[in-house]
Design a protein around this ligand. Sequence first.
Ligand code: FAD
Ligand code: NAD
Length: 474
Amino acid sequence: MADKQFDLVVIGGGPGGYAAAIRAAQLKMSVMLIDDRQSDEGTPAPGGTCLNVGCVPSKALLDSSKHFHHIQHEYKDHGIRVKDVEMDIEQMLNRKQGVVKQLNSGLIQLFKANKITFANGKGRLLADRQVEVTTDEGTQTVAGEHVILAAGSVPFTIPGVDIDNTHIVDNEGALALSETPKKLGVIGAGVIGLELGSVWRRLGAEVTLFEAADAFLPVVDDDMSRVAAREFKKQGLDIRLGTKVSGAKVSRSKVKVAYSDGDKDHEATFDRLLVAVGRRAASENLLADDSGVALTDRGQVDVNDQCQTSAPQVWAIGDLVRGPMLAHKASEEGIAVAETIAGHHGHFNLDTVPWVIYTDPEIAWVGQTEQALKAAGIDYRSGSFPFAATGRGLAMGDAAGHVKLLADAETDRLLGAQIIGPQASELIGECVVTMEFAGSSEDLARIVHAHPTLSEAVHEAALAVDGRAIHKAN
Ligand code: FAD
Ligand code: NAD
């Protein structure tokens, strides 16, 4: 018999779980949210991977390190000379933690304001939507009319590479290094490897990225990955494609890495090694044997399009299930599930989830790539436009990259957008809106864009689909 009954019990307080809990509370449900994460001081730290050791702290360090890099390398061009630039990593890390803490306590306020019962502990789903909740105060069992599983993900590890978060680190350790390593090795030139590799490169580390795949960033449009590879090379990121790491050992404060380039085995020595080889669903210890929830062979909770699991009225969202591992994807799924439970029409479209890699230049995309359209045999027209041909990009002194749009050859419906360049993370928004409303490249081309702005590159790329860009020869 459960100690308490709720309309909804949510396990996991990341961007998926907390958004679902807040939306359900707005819809007048009684909600319990269980999240196990604590700060170093032992206080509750809701917000999941994203807020505590992911999106937010990485962007704080990306911004700080970008300032440091710009003041040394870009300001001169603007006629600003700065002498004696010093790095204060302790302050950088304190600022980052300050941002995280502010958002942690903001969430706790929001839980109170929405009358959500928040438990800082572990949740485990039992049979019949009963949930065992273990906190510092003990264990209780609660029951939910509905349960949402939102336990997120944890980093993959490689056999023979033991993460100690001192010398061999994952994302958590890489966001807390107390000094710049002279030599940083990174396993995986994916999203985390590139973002965190960029942070430490800008702060002065020699950064080598080992990437098992032969192609660089194969998920993005080929044109975009070519520009990215060129820009990262200029910045001094040493990206070694086709190299697979098989082991790493710590000895006398150094890390020896064993890797193969397909032909030969090699060894390299670093001061620190970041392991960034993907993440897996955090489904371990989440489900009792008789919970009725099925997992896929990859350990994800198996769900249908509405995020329903195999157990009635048990739902699962975010990194725990199929689809991209992104915070906004998790949140939108959570909101859609809460609305569906309340009898509304929960809307969520996996086809229009934007991606952003927050490097310099930023890389953002939504929908299809040109290579995917070719492979699918879909007839398309494309238009691209370089930031170097925009007044704003040149005025800012930040004009590497381009916008590329892909539209259906017959209907002109926008099928994909790829943006590499300044503020790509913000510019992708209007492409997402256009695609969500089934808009065409002509729709984008007919919208007035302010001058001088970077968004004019999106406008010109839309015009270029029809061969009528104004500021470039078509
Ligand atoms: P999570 O955020 O992982 O939250 C799940 C929470 O549940 C965690 O706090 C976990 O401790 C808790 N939990 C797990 N099991 C239990 C249990 N049994 N009981 C109670 N609590 C439990 N995405 C972006 O969109 N943009 C970015 O810029 C971005 N940057 C990233 C940078 C890094 C370094 C990393 C690692 C990830 C980044 N991501 C980014 C991905 C993003 O963090 C995830 O997609 C997102 O956090 C997933 O949300 P979620 O709610 O599914 O899970
Ligand atoms: P990833 O899948 O982006 O990249 C991992 C890379 O490691 C791959 O390219 C893979 O080929 C390579 N790899 C695997 N094993 C290897 C080996 N033994 N040797 C060399 N290379 C190897 O994964 P990630 O960078 O760990 O990030 C995990 C997820 O977190 C991302 O997929 C993304 O969903 C999320 N994330 C998002 C953002 C963002 O939105 N800006 C930022 C960081 C993380």
